[in-house]
Design a protein around this ligand. Structure first.
Ligand code: IMP
Length: 178
């Protein structure tokens, strides 16, 4: 494997992520305690590790589905052109849905995907984002639950990539270009 031509500085340790997800799991369980079967929707690809850890903290009947939206391509800037690349497998009408996202940055992806899911008339629709960069927001959208607020830095790890690399890091780090 080619060496990285950039450095990664740890921002959030694997232990801190695990502790935060434990606490979020308790809150989500309380919020959806009466739900017959919660549909947990992972927004691909960045949420794949987060959703795997999160659902294992939920002592609730859950179904897992995925949706994929285009975002950054291989650059560090958003294209602002959100498209659905892979849709859900199952219907969500009348269901309780939890959308799981990696990062809310400009908010454009979340707004687009929420609009699409809302149009399918779920009984309840909430969102959880592992990371939030509020200083970058372009549209007024907010996740119901957030893991960590972070500064305006480009991050990788724990499912999140830089040009499709570093999703497999167990922690979250910031990218430092030479
Ligand atoms: P938004 O539409 O600008 O909110 O961007 C959301 C998506 O952009 C996220 O789901 C990520 O896939 C990607 N993204 C935003 N910030 C970062 C980052 O710091 N590192 C890697 N991907 C990011």
């Amino acid at each position: 494997m080619a060496r990285r031509d950039y450095e990664i500085d740890e921002l959030i340790s694997a232990e801190a992520i695990a502790a935060r997800i434990g606490a979020l799991g308790t809150e989500i369980e309380a919020a959806f305690g009466d739900t017959e079967k919660l549909v947990v929707v992972g927004l691909l690809r960045g949420s794949f590790i987060f959703i795997a850890d999160l659902v294992r903290k939920l002592d609730l009947p859950v179904e897992v589905d995925f949706i994929e939206a285009s975002s950054y391509g291989n650059a560090m800037e958003s294209s602002h052109d959100v498209r659905i690349l892979k849709d859900l497998r199952g219907p969500i009408e009348g269901r309780d849905v939890l959308l799981v996202e990696d990062i809310v940055d400009t908010g454009l992806t979340l707004r687009h995907v929420l609009g699409l899911l809302r149009s399918r008339r779920p009984a309840r629709l909430e969102t959880i984002a592992l990371l939030d960069k509020p200083s970058r927001r372009q549209v007024d959208v907010r996740a119901t639950w957030t893991g960590f607020e972070i500064p305006d830095e480009f991050v990788v790890g724990y499912g999140i990539d830089y040009a499709q690399r570093d999703r497999n890091l167990p922690y979250i780090g910031t990218v430092r270009l030479p």
